[in-house]
Design a protein around this ligand. Structure first.
Ligand SMILES: C[S@@+](CC[C@H](N)C(=O)[O-])C[C@H]1O[C@@H](n2cnc3c(N)ncnc32)[C@H](O)[C@@H]1O
Length: 640
């Protein structure tokens, strides 16, 4: 039985595997032979000393940081969630680098759209500093979960010699990990201002490929002039848009922009002078530059005038087709019926939407103040969060992203959770069922801030409360609405599995510590979700509990609550039997047989089973368990 450890997916090993698949000839004894690789790549190798590149101090370390497996896990927190049992939305409290690593397996190529609004690095906002050695410990220190203080995160001043470097080192690994989560036809939007826009474009070109750059959108975030500005009064932010793949450079799956609804607006040039029931139309010439003799024929207009195509030109359709078009009232001979024939093109039959412009004015998508007001309105007119984006801005992004039902939107710099609010709002207004995953650092609120005084110790607490209130408001306004307004809360923490605590003080270890690999302060649920992530399963899959009753495993419901306390052999079935977990301390062969029977009952494609290693009385029971499961066709059996 193979044992699981506390590390996440090894990205380097995974990539090496892919390389090996592509270029087996570039491997000798399991290692990469760079000379051989260069040979296979031929002219695509650029090894000149001076070549086009964008680099900064720490770039290779940042690359390495993205590839180091995480030693963390996501612990479920039902108490802070809304509609835990049914919701498909997720809010994760934690540092997004570690969280993105933890999501790599379960959410590989699962996100249709990612929106992020990272710190702009204006000198006033803080820039998270990763720690190569122990990022989880670092996270706990930064967020005050170790000594209750929280390190001063405040800012990355412009005077710092590492001003741009620190920001780039923070962004680069996160973008790399984010790309892995994008669907092949997915898209990412990133808000930024002039401070780092040029650097961001450079690293995005590198991470996503410059051929996948779609647009640098300009959002008019302000509507009044700042006359005290040193030079220009800045009115806009950038929103960079990159596709994972575009249709211009790829013939596989690629992102397609969804046109904006036309609404009632009729574009210039469209009228309806003959009151055609197909609505407004415009007309185009019927003659063409090239053609055959057959396309030169005489046409008689309704007024009786005879006309031929202009000299050197041809009619665009043959005589029969022309008659059909006349029959269908698609030919326009001018108001008096004597003009040269033209072809009518109806607005209702051309593109059914508007192509968005690259400049987004505040009248259409809101401005900074609107964002601030929206959050204040939800919090009894208190301004608990600086700089939230307006919901309308996110709604526009959601609109054009071309999501289909149950697609997921990810925002890993969630702030006040505008993205979550916009997704549920969009669903409620458009009968869609998009889902969100938000990630937000429990950044400690300043003690002098209104938020802190009102009891919100961290920004993550404000974010969660905002989506609670936004959901409640939607329900209040549409009591009939049955869409998903809930969210599951998870919190980043160190793995539940012990060997990772290398600097354990042995004298403090209890007997329980020696027997079990699972940390004593962790619940079964914590372990369940860690296993789920390791197997790459979705965090919102349903989890059923089964218990032994008269020698048979039966699904637990409210009538069986007393049974589960007497009988600790609880069996969890995740995703209708895709994964079975039993963390009992006394695994009996009866339970193992019950699991084997479950396979027949649930009939999943593959069933994987995980036990607690210390739950087996001895090796004989363990071996028998493996045999019983093998006979039932279950081969993936592991222990913790
Ligand atoms: C500019 S704000 C986002 C505002 C958001 N778009 C809104 O409308 O409310 C950026 C947020 O990213 C968070 N953040 C910064 N570093 C982070 C990290 N390493 N992990 C997770 N969140 C982080 C900050 O706490 C901050 O709230």
């Amino acid at each position: 039985m193979e044992k699981m450890d506390g590390k996440t997916m090894d990205i380097v090993a995974e990539n090496v595997g892919k390389l090996k698949e592509l270029f087996p000839e570039a491997f000798t004894e399991g290692k990469v032979d760079f000379d051989a690789l260069k040979e296979v790549l031929g002219t695509f190798v650029d090894d000149r000393d001076e070549r086009y590149s964008f680099t900064w101090n720490g770039k290779s370390k940042a690359r390495m940081i993205a590839q180091t497996p995480s030693t963390g896990t996501l612990r479920p927190c039902k108490e802070e969630s809304v509609d835990w049992d049914t919701t498909q939305n997720i809010f994760i409290e934690g540092d997004n680098l570690e969280v993105l690593k933890l999501l790599q397996k379960s959410y590989h190529k699962k996100m249709k759209m990612i929106y992020i609004d990272p710190p702009y690095n204006t000198g006033k906002d803080f820039v998270y500093k990763d720690n190569f050695k122990d990022n989880i410990k670092n996270y706990k220190e930064i967020t005050g979960q170790v000594d209750g203080e929280g390190r001063n995160l405040s800012n990355n001043p412009e005077t710092s010699g590492r001003y741009h470097t620190d920001w780039l080192n923070m962004m680069y690994p996160r973008l790399k990990l984010a790309r892995n989560l994008l669907k092949d036809d997915g898209v990412i939007f990133i808000s930024i201002d002039d401070s780092e826009a040029s650097n961001l474009i450079k690293i995005c070109d590198e991470v996503f490929g410059e051929e996948n750059f779609i647009a640098d959108l300009i959002w008019q975030k302000k509507f009044s002039r700042a006359n005290d500005a040193s030079y220009f009064s800045t009115m806009h932010d950038h929103i960079l848009c990159y596709a994972k793949r575009t249709k211009l450079n790829n013939n596989g799956d690629s992102w397609e922009l969804k046109l904006l609804p036309r609404g009632d607006e009729i574009p210039d040039g469209y009228t309806n002078p003959d009151d055609d029931h197909r609505g407004p139309w415009t007309s185009v010439v019927l003659s063409a530059k090239s053609g055959t003799e057959k396309l030169i024929y005489e046409i008689t207009t309704p007024s009786g005038r005879k006309c031929l195509p202009p000299d050197g030109r041809f009619w665009g359709v043959n005589r029969d087709r022309f008659s059909e078009l006349v029959e269908d009232n698609r030919i326009w001979f001018g108001k008096d019926g004597s003009g040269i024939p033209r072809l009518k093109t109806f607005l209702s039959e051309v593109q059914d939407g508007l192509r968005p412009n690259t400049i987004w004015f505040h009248q259409e998508v809101g401005h900074n103040q609107e964002g601030r007001q929206e959050v204040k309105k939800l919090f009894d007119d208190k301004g608990y969060f600086d700089g939230p984006k307006p919901v309308r801005l996110l709604d526009r992004i959601i609109q054009i992203s071309n999501l289909s039902s149950s697609d997921i939107v990810l925002d890993f710099f969630a702030g006040s959770a505008t993205t979550g609010h916009a997704v549920v709002n969009h669903n409620a207004c458009n009968e869609t069922s998009f889902k969100y995953i938000l990630v937000q650092l429990p950044e400690v609120c300043d003690e002098k801030s209104e938020a802190f005084k009102a009891g919100y110790k961290t920004i993550a607490e404000i974010s969660k409360e905002r989506i609670r209130r936004a959901g409640a408001k939607i329900k209040e306004e549409n009591p009939e609405y049955e869409g998903d307004l809930g969210f599951k809360v998870f919190k980043l923490d160190a793995t539940n599995i012990k060997p990772w605590e290398v600097d354990f003080d042995l004298t403090e270890r209890t007997l329980e510590d020696y027997i079990s690999n699972i940390k004593t302060d962790r619940r079964e649920e914590d372990v369940l979700y860690e296993v789920l992530l390791k197997y790459g399963l979705d965090l919102t899959l349903p989890i059923d509990e089964w218990i032994m009753d008269n020698g048979k495993l039966i699904m637990k419901d409210e009538h069986h609550s007393q049974l589960s306390t007497v009988n600790s052999q609880l069996v969890y079935s995740i995703g209708m039997g895709a994964l079975i977990i039993c963390l009992s301390d006394a695994i009996s062969l009866e339970v193992v047989e019950g699991i084997a029977e479950l396979k027949d009952e649930l009939n999943p494609e593959i069933m994987r089973v995980v036990f607690k290693d210390s739950g087996f009385k001895d090796d004989v029971v363990k071996t028998n368990a493996v045999q019983i499961l093998k006979q039932a066709g279950i081969v993936d059996v592991r222990s913790l």
